[in-house]
Ligand binder design. Structure first.
Ligand code: ADP
Ligand code: 5GP
Length: 190
């Protein structure tokens, strides 16, 4: 089936489980293609340039901002920028695929405004702030400083779920994935 020009936006504070849920959905929906964001942060172990992110220096990122190459971008954490290159959604729609975004809460709101009814915006909610902290720690990818930055930002972001089309509580992973699958299926049939 062709799903011309649709997009699914996943937003949540860091550590809520967006990447985990998206990976499961990419295996299930053949029509999904992940929008690879640009970032000025360093790759984590196992992350690949051109698969997880387009990794670049802070200088290159800002140069591309000056060249108007971004559809949206944010300095999500002090000194670390993330953004969606304009070329990315176009590339995916040209492939006849549905775009899947993993962006912060501001990025999610901006992209929903841009894509309108073509996009379903999903907020991934942790069962509690304590569980969110545990998950960030158990992922083992962040320094104490980075965990503190991420938790600091999450308090504000968690209040934004009402600005999204749907909220999924990611308590039990299988349940969250199943619920997301059902909602996305419905959206793709519209
Ligand atoms: P995000 O992409 O939102 O930053 P991740 O997908 O990296 O979050 O998830 C953060 C950590 O929590 C990872 O170690 C992941 O394996 C774990 N995790 C995600 N969802 C669940 C869940 N439902 N139950 C337990 N652990 C989870
Ligand atoms: P991480 O460093 O954990 O991969 O991502 C940190 C945060 O940046 C997450 O909330 C993630 O969704 C967000 N992010 C990743 N790519 C983009 C992007 O292109 N735009 C925006 N606005 N946020 C992004």
């Amino acid at each position: 089936m062709q799903h011309q020009q649709k997009a699914i936006l996943f937003s949540a504070p860091s550590g809520c489980g967006k990447t985990t849920i998206i990976k499961r959905l990419l295996d299930y929906f053949d029509c999904f293609e992940f929008s690879i964001s640009a970032t000025s942060r360093k790759p984590r172990s196992g992350e690949e340039h051109g698969k997880d992110y387009y990794f670049m220096t802070h200088e290159e990122f800002l140069h591309r901002v000056d060249q108007h190459e971004f559809l949206e971008w944010e300095e999500v954490y002090e000194g670390t920028c993330y953004g969606t290159l304009k070329s990315e959604p176009q590339r995916i729609w040209n492939n006849g695929k549905v775009i899947v975004f993993d962006v912060d809460v501001n990025g999610g709101k901006n992209l929903k405004r841009y894509f309108g009814d073509k996009a379903l915006s999903i907020f991934v909610m942790p069962p509690s702030v304590e569980v969110l902290e545990q998950r960030l720690r158990s992922r083992g990818t962040e320094s104490e400083e980075s965990i503190a930055k991420r938790l600091g930002r999450s308090a504000k972001e968690l209040k934004e779920s009402g600005n999204f089309d749907v909220t999924i509580v990611n308590d039990d992973l299988d349940t969250a994935v199943e619920e997301t699958r059902r909602i996305v299926d419905q959206f793709l049939k519209q």
